[in-house]
Design a protein around this ligand. Structure first.
Ligand code: NI
Length: 276
């Protein structure tokens, strides 16, 4: 499919200055209606659980516990209609415009916030989730499939923080069984935070180090977010960093990944990219 988005020079400059950008439309209303239908079916089926690609991002994933923020990694693998969309074509075009012509699309994930019960996504930097042996040149494109208001849990960003190092993180509630991360002492860094409410099918674009947050869903409507990536190849660091929060993680994701590796059953199928 041919992309329809060409960012203006002032938008490109704003992205590089602030570490994030908001656009009004990345797809059409017709495609959006189809995406929404398939998205709801996907979450109703809890696809990808065996591969470690479905889990509660904000929970411990124990039997019988209410799931408050389910996430699906690599949704295109489970839902054929998510391939070859205008949304994906535009996301890839945006990645080339912001990262350079060699940039390619990278893995998608979906974070669903059920009405009323879904908590905030705490302040974090996406790169805090990734192997610190590498340097990254990526971006994330966050698309709500219905309007995203402040009450429903739209995205918030702190401008200029994409120039910072990765700050100390820990698992939500300081519980290594929970995959989701939170920035330690976030109050110190988030005094100038900007909310980015969006129409359905709009998008925010952010750098992997930009501090960001999404509020709880206090509304009566599900908050469906579809997140696409763009990247240049990662590079091995001369001197690797260490992220203690990744070393201590004991979540459903890491346990499934370990089991698949030990049994030799397609460890490569577990997506390495998570939780943008
Ligand atoms: Ni994130």
């Amino acid at each position: 499919m041919e992309p329809t988005i060409k960012l203006r020079p002032d938008q490109i400059e704003a992205y590089h200055t602030n570490g994030f950008l908001t656009i009004d439309a990345i797809t059409t209303p017709e495609e959006l209606a189809l995406l929404r239908e398939k998205y709801d079916q996907m979450f109703a089926r809890a696809v990808g659980r065996e591969e470690g690609n479905w889990f509660d991002l904000a929970g411990t994933n124990e039997e019988g516990k209410e799931v408050v923020m389910p996430q699906v990694l690599d949704p295109e693998r489970y839902v054929p209609e998510f391939k070859n969309t205008l949304m994906r074509a535009n996301a890839d075009a945006i990645a080339k415009q912001l990262l350079g012509p060699e940039a390619t699309g990278s893995g998608a994930h979906c974070i669903y916030k059920p009405p009323k019960i879904s908590p905030e996504t705490p302040w974090h930097q996406d790169e805090a989730y990734w192997d610190p042996a590498y340097e990254y040149c990526t971006l994330s494109i966050w698309v709500p499939l219905q309007p995203a208001t402040v009450e429903m849990g739209c995205m918030w960003f702190v401008p200029g923080t994409h120039r910072w190092d990765v700050l100390p993180h820990r698992h939500i509630n300081n519980d290594p069984r929970i995959h989701g991360l939170e920035l330690v002492d976030f109050e110190k860094y988030t005094k100038v935070a900007i909310a980015c409410p969006l129409p359905a099918g709009g998008a925010t674009i952010h750098h992997p180090r930009t501090l960001h947050y999404a509020g709880p869903n206090r509304s009566d409507t599900p908050r469906r977010a579809y997140i696409l990536g763009g990247q240049l190849p990662r590079k091995k660091r001369a001197v690797p960093l260490r992220y203690p929060w990744l070393e201590e993680e004991d979540s459903l994701v890491t346990r499934t990944k370990r089991e698949l590796a030990e049994t030799g059953k397609g460890a490569e199928t577990v997506a390495a990219r998570e939780s943008k």
